[in-house]
Structures are given as structure tokens and as C-alpha cells.
Design a protein around this ligand. Structure first.
Ligand code: COS
Length: 387
């Protein structure tokens, strides 16, 4: 749903200009230094990028899912590490509070998230609980008006920069599955909370992940999201439904960027006396990439519109994330092929994208988890119809 086309056009144009003029020229330095320059982060704050998904009453832009997807298409036209700076605050780190938080929790945290003053991260994954998120072992034990939390969270995006974590922990030790899990807002400054060393990743230099270790962390009971125990897994799943559409939108944007680079190269690079873009085998790679990125764009927009209409989009979010993340992997692979030897050399930038996009098939649910969600929903719907 687009609420006001003119206002949205202004935002999308501003983001496109920011990407073109500020982010694209900084891609190499970010890859070299593994840091996003502070002035770029400040400009992201001024543009309102941290508050894209925060309701207006708490100072955010309150974008609909369709509007957010259109902004992400633009933000995707550069190294995905830049998106990661705002990604967890716009997405999985904040949305648990937006969707299921109490009024007090919203009032306390959302305004600071909207401005970027506070960065939010999402703590679900653990050393022993990845795809099987419901098996998590972090424990939260009630002690008066606090919970005492112990456990380790793994591969937590933006953890080194986070001010708060939306963190899932088991409050009912008797219930070993989803029903025993609660969601908390955990302040990064809580005594007993520490960080592992930064992970050395395959790509997306400038985006940082690390372990978050909780040792007897005392978290106020008022930070239990929604104020009720046992709803944490469902909160996480609802957050991920939205997050998966967001990630799919970024995949589309990055694919469009990679394809634009590959097309430009194919039109400039001459072999056998003509631009390689004139060769049909190269054209096939360009055309397949265009077709697939267009298909993914259409899927993302459809899933986003359905969510905006208040429909349950678990299936569509997983379809979009599955297709778009696999698609961008194929597009990046073809781009390396079109660049030939230059595609393997870091100076040309394409091999960086090839590495950067690999994680899209892993985080916020692997491709296999998306397949599982889609098929299970299909079976459930069919059983309901046949019952
Ligand atoms: N929205 C709301 N509720 C949902 C939901 C959704 N999208 N998906 C599941 N639930 C609910 C179910 O309805 C069920 O509730 P009831 O017990 O009241 O029936 C509960 O949550 C448990 O669901 P389910 O039984 O399906 O859980 P499973 O443990 O079988 O597995 C999967 C669920 C595999 C889908 C889940 O673990 C998952 O998404 N794993 C991947 C995790 C992931 O993406 N990690 C990345 C971390 S963030 S980078």
C-alpha cells in the first residue's frame, strides 16, 4: 500500500541520490577497512533511515511494507553492508516491540530507535539452535521483579553497535519447544552481558556480527515483551515474516545493481572485434538475470501488499525470500562469468558482490527453512480445506 505517492517519491529519490553520490563511492573503502564511515551513518540518521518502520507517533516514518520494499530496492543498489547498518533497527531488532510490545515499552524505546540514537539487534540464534529456533537453551528465571538470563547468542548482526537486543530466552524449562520461550528487551549495558570477538565473515565487510554472552544478566520484568511469558517464539516468527520480505527486497536491489554493472561491462568489453554483449550466449545470461530479478521484484511487491492488507503472509514471505535470495546468487554468479577473468579480481568489484550476497540464502531462515515453511503451510491449508 502506498499512502502518498508524492511523499514516497521524494523519499525514494533521496535514497537513490544518497546511494549514488555517497555510498557507491565509499564501497571500496568500506571493504578495505571493514568499517562504515561515521559521517555516512550520520547521514543515514538525517535521512530518517533508522526510523523507516517505526510508527509516526514514536517519531518514525511508519512506512507500509510496500513502501519499505520500494526504499530497499534503492538501498540495494550498493554494497549490502550499508543496508545492514540500519537493517536490524528497521527490521528484526525493533519489530518485536512494534508488533507485540506494551505501550510503555514502545514509548521508552521506539523514539530512540527511530532516530538511530539506539541500535537494535535480534538475539534468536544460539550455538545449538539455528534452523531449529524453538530448541534454544538460553534461560530466563524469574527473580522478584527481574529475570536472570543466562546463555549465548551467536552470529548476532550489529551486536557490537547495539544499544538493545530483542532476545529470546526460555522461561518455562518444562516446555522444551516454542511455548516455553519469551522475548525480552535487553539493554546492552546490562551487567553480565559481554561480546565475543567479531566474526570473520566471507563478505559484507563493514557489517559486524559476534556472540552475545549473558551471565546472570538481571533484566527488569517490565522488559518482557508484551508483559506475558510464553509468546516469544511467536513474536520471533511474526518479526521474521516481515524481515523475510525486507531481505527479499534487498536481494532484488542488489541483483539490479549487479546486473547494471554486468551489462555496462558487456557493452564496453570487446572480443572477436565486437562488444561481448552482442554474443547470444552473453545475452542469454543478461536476459535470464533480468527475467529473474523482475520476477522477484513482482513477488516482493505482492507479498508486501498482502501484508499491508492485513493478510497472513508467512507463505508469501518465505516464497519471496527463497526466490529472491537464490536469484541474486545466480545473478552474481552470471555477472562474474560475464566479467570473465576480471570477475575474479577484486579491483573490478564483482567478486565482492558475489561473496556479499551468499549470506542472503542463510540468514533470517535458510532456503531449506523457507521451503519447509511453504510446504507445511500448504499441507495445513489443504488439511483445513479437506477437514
Ligand atoms: N506467525 C505467527 N505464529 C507462528 C508463525 C508465524 N509466522 N510460525 C509459527 N508460529 C507459531 C505456530 O502457530 C505455533 O503456535 P501453536 O503452538 O500455538 O500452534 C508455534 O509458533 C510453533 O510453531 P511450529 O510448531 O511451526 O515451530 P517449529 O519448531 O516446528 O518450527 C520453524 C518452526 C522451522 C519455521 C522455525 O523454527 C524457523 O523459522 N526457523 C528458522 C529460524 C530463523 O529464521 N533463524 C534465523 C535467525 S534470525 S537471522
Amino acid at each position: 500500500m502506498i499512502r502518498d505517492q508524492e511523499t514516497l517519491n521524494l523519499l525514494v529519490d533521496n535514497v537513490a541520490r544518497f546511494v549514488r553520490e555517497r555510498l557507491v563511492p565509499a564501497e571500496e573503502i568500506v571493504a578495505e577497512t571493514d568499517e562504515i564511515p561515521a559521517d555516512i551513518v550520520d547521514e543515514m540518521k538525517s535521512l530518517g533511515l533508522f526510523g523507516l518502520s517505526i510508527p509516526e507517533q514514536y517519531g518514525g516514518l511508519d512506512l507500509t511494507m510496500e513502501e519499505e520494499a520500494l526504499v530497499m530496492f534503492e538501498l540495494g543498489h550498493t554494497s549490502p553492508a550499508f543496508r545492514s547498518v540500519i537493517g536490524t533497527t528497521v527490521g528484526i531488532g525493533s519489530q518485536g516491540i512494534v508488533i507485540d510490545g506494551t505501550d510503555e515499552q514502545k514509548t521508552l524505546y521506539l523514539p530512540k530507535l527511530a532516530t538511530g540514537e539506539l541500535i537494535a539487534s535480534f538475539g534468536l540464534t544460539e550455538p545449538g539452535a539455528g534452523s531449529d529456533a524453538a530448541s534454544l537453551e538460553t534461560r530466563a528465571i524469574r527473580d522478584g521483579d527481574h529475570y536472570v538470563i543466562n546463555g549465548t547468542k551467536r552470529f548476532i548482526t550489529n551486536a557490537p553497535h547495539a544499544g538493545i537486543f530483542t532476545l529470546m530466552a526460555r522461561t518455562d524449562p518444562e516446555d522444551k519447544r516454542a511455548g516455553g520461550i519469551s522475548a525480552f528487551i535487553v539493554d546492552a549495558g546490562t551487567a553480565g552481558l559481554s561480546f565475543g570477538k567479531r566474526d570473520k565473515k566471507m563478505g559484507q565487510r563493514g557489517a559486524h556480527t559476534c556472540d552475545v554472552i549473558l551471565e546472570n544478566c538481571r533484566v527488569p520484568a517490565r522488559n518482557l515483551i508484551g508483559g506475558k511469558e510464553g509468546g516469544g517464539f511467536k513474536t520471533a516468527m511474526k518479526v521474521l515474516d516481515k524481515g523475510r520480505i525486507h531481505i527479499a527486497a534487498i536481494c532484488v536491489g542488489v541483483a539490479e545493481r549487479i546486473l547494471a554493472d554486468a551489462l555496462r561491462y558487456a557493452m564496453e568489453r570487446r572480443q572477436f572485434g565486437q562488444p561481448i554483449a552482442e554474443f547470444q550466449l552473453v545475452q542469454a545470461m543478461l536476459a535470464d538475470s533480468r527475467t529473474e530479478s523482475y520476477a522477484a521484484r513482482t513477488m516482493v511487491l505482492d507479498a508486501a501488499r498482502r501484508r499491508d492488507a492485513g493478510l497472513q503472509v508467512s507463505t508469501e514471505a518465505s516464497c519471496a525470500k527463497l526466490f529472491a535470495s537464490e536469484m541474486v546468487g545466480r545473478v552474481a554468479d552470471r555477472a562474474v562469468q560475464i566479467f570473465g577473468g576480471a570477475g575474479y579480481i577484486s579491483d573490478y568489484g564483482i567478486e565482492r558482490f558475489y561473496r556479499d550476497v551468499r549470506v542472503f540464502r542463510l540468514y533470517e531462515g535458510t532456503s531449506q527453512i523457507q521451503q519447509l515453511v511453504i510446504a507445511r503451510n500448504m499441507i495445513r491449508e489443504a488439511s483445513g480445506r479437506n477437514a
